[in-house]
Design a protein around this ligand. Structure first.
Ligand SMILES: *Cc1c(COP(=O)(O)O)cnc(C)c1O
Length: 396
């Protein structure tokens, strides 16, 4: 049996960096105090919390009182969206896109059911919204814009700076300010995030997408933002996110973010090279494939390919038998039918069924790509020969 393992599902989650684990250890075993306690155990925990907040703030070009630690990316998105709406005493209009992660999409759908008006922006064939479309949808009663920085299925990067700049201009002459949130979970650690350059009011990131553990996130909230908590309890995180602070994980996400930013260019270059190798290999070795949403407006880590005439799930299972881990798109959408992202990009729905997302990370190597290119063409051919959709076709 095979023993080789190739992990190409880094957009679903990543391994935890060994240096991150090392930094976290002391906060489980020795410095385990509650950061709200007066005694030395608590004070040491508080110090770690303050240092982490300072470090994250500096990496995002924010100030310390604008950084809030949360339980995950999903929670950061939820606090941003519901927190802004709860702070307004009317049911304002929301603008988002058709390709958001479910943390945002399902939040907006829930709000719609509860009487809010939501506009879901279309995307082009590369998965990018149109700025002109966006400008046309802004209304007098718009209170929130929530648009992801990079999409998690195809990697498409949205024009966040341009949207932010436009909103800043029109906010000057409006009574009710429009707040701008971005889900930057897929760009954190891959793109230098500067909240001032992006011109956002809120920004969400999640540790487990850049080599920190699962279950820790950050929400940036610009000073002066009208926001209310959505859970209630103690006074932690300025009452916006009550609950005893998870110091080991806060130390972990901080260390991981520091490392990811320090090696960002270097890692991007390597990852881009490997992705292009795989892309070119796939195109060369396998007929009838569609590459979805590539191009310069995408993060370098994601390769999304539709293999015509086969089912993505079957392909995943067979790749897994060879030790290759990939995904059919969003891990969170598995089993729920077609991808809402590919649908919005107008990918042929039959071809979309045979879609696989390969997502690279900083630990992938050339050997990984070679191994995939050795097995993938054979598996695709085998599945196509069994596929009723493929009958009558002659294999090249
Ligand atoms: C993974 C992901 C999330 C959710 O983050 P969790 O920490 O898993 O809750 C949100 N948005 C995007 C774009 C993601 O890729």
């Amino acid at each position: 049996m095979q023993s080789r393992k190739v992990y190409l599902d880094n957009s679903a989650t990543t391994i935890v960096n060994a240096e991150v684990i090392k930094d976290m250890e002391a906060y489980f075993a020795n410095i385990y105090g509650n950061a709200s306690s007066i005694h030395s155990f608590g004070r040491q925990a508080k110090e770690a919390l303050n240092n982490s907040r300072e470090q994250i703030a500096s990496l995002l070009n924010a100030s310390v009182d604008e950084i809030f630690f949360t339980g995950c990316g999903t929670e950061s998105d939820n606090i941003a969206i519901f927190g802004i709406l709860n702070a307004h005493d009317f049911k304002g209009h929301i603008i988002t896109t058709k390709i958001e992660h479910h943390a945002v999409l399902y939040s907006c759908q829930y709000l719609e059911k509860n009487g809010y008006n939501v506009t879901y922006l279309d995307v082009d064939k590369d998965g990018v919204i149109s700025l002109e479309d966006f400008k046309r949808t802004v209304r007098d009663d718009t209170v929130l814009v929530s648009i992801m920085h990079a999409n998690n299925e195809v990697g498409a990067i949205q024009p966040i700076e341009e949207i932010g700049a436009y909103l800043q201009t029109i906010n000057e002459s409006r009574n009710n300010k429009i707040y701008f949130h971005t889900d930057a979970v897929q760009t954190a650690g891959k793109v230098h995030l500067d909240v001032k350059a992006l011109k956002v009011d809120l920004l969400a990131i999640s540790g487990h997408k850049f080599y920190a553990p699962k279950g820790i996130g950050v929400l940036y909230v610009k000073k002066g933002t009208k926001i209310k908590p959505i859970t209630f309890g103690g006074s932690q995180e300025s009452e916006l996110r009550p609950g005893t602070e998870n110091i080991p994980y806060i130390v972990g996400i901080t260390k991981a973010f520091e490392i990811a930013n320090a090696y960002l260019e270097e890692n991007n270059k390597r990852v881009l090279f490997l992705r292009e190798e795989l892309k070119e290999g796939v195109i060369k070795k396998i007929p009838e494939v569609i590459i979805n949403g590539s191009g310069s407006k995408a993060v370098s880590s994601i390769l999304n390919v539709s293999f015509k005439y086969i089912e993505g799930e079957a392909l995943l299972v067979m790749l897994d038998m060879c030790g290759i881990a990939a995904s059919t798109g969003s891990a969170c959408a598995v089993g729920l039918g077609g991808s809402h992202v590919l649908q919005a990009m107008c990918v042929d729905p039959i071809a979309a069924q045979g879609t696989i997302r390969f997502s690279f990370g900083c630990y992938n190597t050339q050997n990984d790509v070679d191994y995939v290119l050795e097995h993938l063409p054979k598996i695709v051919e085998k599945l196509r020969l069994m596929s009723p959709m493929y009958k009558g076709k002659v294999l090249k």
